[in-house]
Write a protein that binds this ligand. Structure first.
Ligand code: IDC
Length: 374
């Protein structure tokens, strides 16, 4: 049974309720009843089950799965696209993704679930999640990891997001493998299959190279992106694609001088760690937008760039103001209980959903307040 009539109110009410109650585990109770439908298999693609109830217009590719909740972020906002420097929703209004990034899928698979994502949606105000699949680190997709298991985790994450009406980024998380051209063939193969599997899903975004580094130039990233973007476009012509930028996705001011061959519906990644990246990187964001480049913060935290160390609240507040002023989408690193400052969950926390205040780190509390607009 689907509570189509009042579920939009339910979603918003849940966010407000949890804002006032400081999200003391209320996420699960508010909407769990709506999720009784069985998991649909990969082949039961949403395109086959257009949902007449969603009543969305102006976003041709919206096709909610029959088992998805309505009144959710995706049901309300539909397929996203890029216009000028803005991300816009299916009705043409500016839209801000507010999301949480997983840690490495291979390392913390326990948080890739509908219960975890529902807690983020209803308790934290998140409308999106990012699935970080390392390529070069231990257990990564290109470094001995179990590719089938990793793709199954991605599928689990995409299905969970779809049922909850949340947006989801599939992130090819290069890091130690600093130049994406090292593995263009594998990336093309991966994105060909992902974009075919999730063709026409209004909620799926593709991030094609997390953080180029080690001296990789924008010209080299462009060379890679100009090969990968057409592969995705063949299956998912309208999907929003996120492209990394040089120096661990800090040099977002560079694409303007040397545009991609097919820049439609592409966002450029700027990643920051507030204790390391300050005015210099904030200036890059401002300059990039002034030059017409649409920016997304597809990863950030408020500690230093190691993912650890102290929190810089002053710099974090400056970033918060800048994101708000410019309506920039953001994703907080990381959903895990690893003993590091950027982890959102306390090291001792064993719960995989329905977190309470005492389960969160200082970063977790700050990020939740940010998302709840406090
Ligand atoms: C870090 C994790 C850490 C892990 C390491 C692997 O927090 O637990 O051991 O990766 O090398 C990034 C990367 C992101 C990093 C993060 C913190 O995208 O993968 O995660 N960071 O160093 N860019 C800037 C910082």
């Amino acid at each position: 049974m689907h509570p189509f009539s009042h579920s939009s109110m339910r979603y918003h009410a849940a966010v407000l309720l949890s804002a006032s109650l400081l999200a003391v585990g209320c996420g699960g109770t508010v909407s769990r009843a709506a999720d009784s439908s069985p998991e649909s298999g990969l082949t039961a693609s949403s395109a086959a089950n257009p949902s007449p109830e969603s009543g969305l217009t102006g976003s041709g590719s919206v096709s909610a799965n029959a088992s998805a909740e309505s009144g959710t972020p995706v049901a309300v906002h539909g397929a996203l696209s890029v216009r000028g420097t803005d991300l816009i929703d299916g009705s043409g209004n500016p839209f801000q993704l507010k999301g949480i990034s997983t840690h490495g899928l291979a390392w913390f698979p326990q948080y890739v679930s509908e219960d975890a994502f529902r807690t983020l949606r209803d308790g934290w105000g998140a409308n999106a999640v990012r699935l970080a699949m390392y390529t070069g680190e231990y257990g990564g997709y290109l470094s001995g990891g179990d590719r089938t298991a990793l793709e199954n985790l991605i599928d689990q994450g995409v299905q969970a997001a779809e049922h909850l009406g949340m947006y989801v980024i599939i992130d090819w998380h290069i890091l130690s493998d600093g130049n994406p051209n090292q593995h263009t063939g594998e990336a093309a193969d991966f994105f060909r299959r992902m974009s075919a599997r999730y063709a026409n899903r209004p909620n799926v975004l593709y991030e094609i190279c997390n953080e180029p580094n080690g001296g990789t130039t924008w010209a080299e990233i462009k060379q890679y992106a100009d090969q990968i973007i057409p592969v995705i476009r063949e299956n998912s012509p309208e999907a929003v694609i996120i492209c990394g930028t040089p120096t661990w996705s800090q040099d977002v001011d560079q694409p303007a001088g040397n545009p991609l061959n097919r820049p439609e519906n592409v966002l450029y990644a700027l990643h920051f760690y507030a204790a390391t990246h300050k005015d210099g990187i904030r200036d890059k964001l401002v300059r990039a937008r002034a030059a017409g480049t649409p920016v997304i913060v597809s990863e950030f935290s408020i500690c230093d760039a190691s993912g650890n160390g102290g929190i810089d609240y002053e710099s974090a507040e400056a970033w918060k103001r800048l994101l708000k002023e410019n309506n920039i989408s953001y994703f907080s690193w990381n959903l895990s209980n690893k003993a590091e400052t950027s982890a959102l969950l306390a090291p001792g926390c064993q719960k995989t959903a329905d977190w309470e205040d005492s389960d969160l780190t200082e970063t977790g509390k700050w990020v939740r307040s940010l998302m709840l607009g406090q």
